[in-house]
Design a protein around this ligand. Structure first.
Ligand SMILES: NC(=O)c1ccc[n+]([C@@H]2O[C@H](COP(=O)([O-])OP(=O)(O)OC[C@H]3O[C@@H](n4cnc5c(N)ncnc54)[C@H](OP(=O)(O)O)[C@@H]3O)[C@@H](O)[C@H]2O)c1
Length: 256
């Protein structure tokens, strides 16, 4: 690890902690002394990660929830706050990334991506904002470089992440007693980001990218790098509205 983190005693809820970036953040936070609640839909994965962390002597528990259900958003925060005795940090890493051209997207596709990436973020924040205000804590949200540079097929996702940026700014205006941070993340290896795309669909859309000179895509960075950058912000007490963590061509030598 390239940074030394001290999150001793911090009470942290990570939403989207069953895989990828959220799980890596929960693991690093717990190994840096935080007491961590892990939330997402897949209860078995959450419990496996939490149990492994407890085996290392960390304090970790699973709070399964589906952020497309309002009651789940409230109850996950309540269970975390109850078990941890308050909340210092919320990390919202839940996200879905459909590979879908705008002309093909119906209400179901739009609703799914906005429900998870945007509305769930606000519902979880609404449930967490009082305990976060009580601890003068921080809420961090995982945004995407695709807000700045989208691709054909990534439009729904990019729109949801641009809206998430506006949402974070709006929460900041309404609750100056809580630190709100957006993490603009670039391509990160070792996650399930593209798992649902399927080989055929991926090939068809990749063909479009190649035809339009948009491929190869930017490099991938290791999951550990993303987790370290995010956790380093959690360790700060001052104002950090936004960080950008993304690989450049010169980072090609980074191991994934
Ligand atoms: N990987 C990248 O290159 C990259 C780049 C920029 C930004 N990001 C962002 O990073 C975040 C994490 O993505 P990832 O790459 O780590 O992908 P991932 O491995 O697929 O993780 C996504 C997480 O979101 C959770 N989730 C999805 N739907 C949910 C729901 N309805 N309720 C609760 N949790 C839900 C998933 O858990 P369950 O399925 O168990 O519910 C999983 O834990 C996302 O916000 C993504 O947009 C990723």
């Amino acid at each position: 690890m390239s940074v030394k983190l001290d999150l001793a005693g911090r009470r942290v809820l990570v939403v989207g902690a069953s895989s990828g970036v959220g799980r890596a953040v929960a693991q690093l936070a717990a190994r840096s002394g935080a007491r961590v609640a892990l939330a997402a839909r897949r209860a078995a994965q959450l419990e496996e990660t939490a149990a492994a962390l407890r085996g290392e002597g960390a304090d970790a528990l699973a709070v399964p929830c589906d952020v497309t259900r309002e009651a789940d958003c409230r109850s996950a925060v309540e269970r975390a706050v109850g078990a941890l005795g308050g909340l210092d940090v919320l990390v919202y890493a839940a996200g879905v990334s459909p590979l879908c051209l705008l002309g093909e997207a119906g209400q179901a596709e739009w609703r799914q991506v906005l429900d998870v990436n945007l509305i769930g973020a606000s519902l979880v924040t609404a449930a967490a904002v009082e305990p976060l205000a009580a601890s003068r804590g921080r809420a961090a949200y995982i945004g995407s470089y695709s807000e700045r540079q989208t691709l054909p097929g990534i439009g729904l996702y990019s729109v949801s992440k641009s809206a998430l940026a506006a949402l974070v700014a709006a929460w900041r205006m309404e609750h100056p007693g809580v630190e709100f941070t957006r993490v603009v993340l670039g391509n990160t290896a070792g996650t399930e980001f593209a798992k649902a795309w399927g080989a055929e669909r991926t090939a068809a859309i990749t063909k479009l990218w190649i035809e339009r000179g948009l491929f190869p895509a930017p490099n991938m960075m290791p999951l550990s790098h993303a987790a370290e950058a995010i956790c380093s912000v959690l360790a700060l007490s001052g104002f950090v509205d936004e960080i950008g963590v993304m690989p450049r061509p010169s980072d090609a030598q980074l191991e994934t």
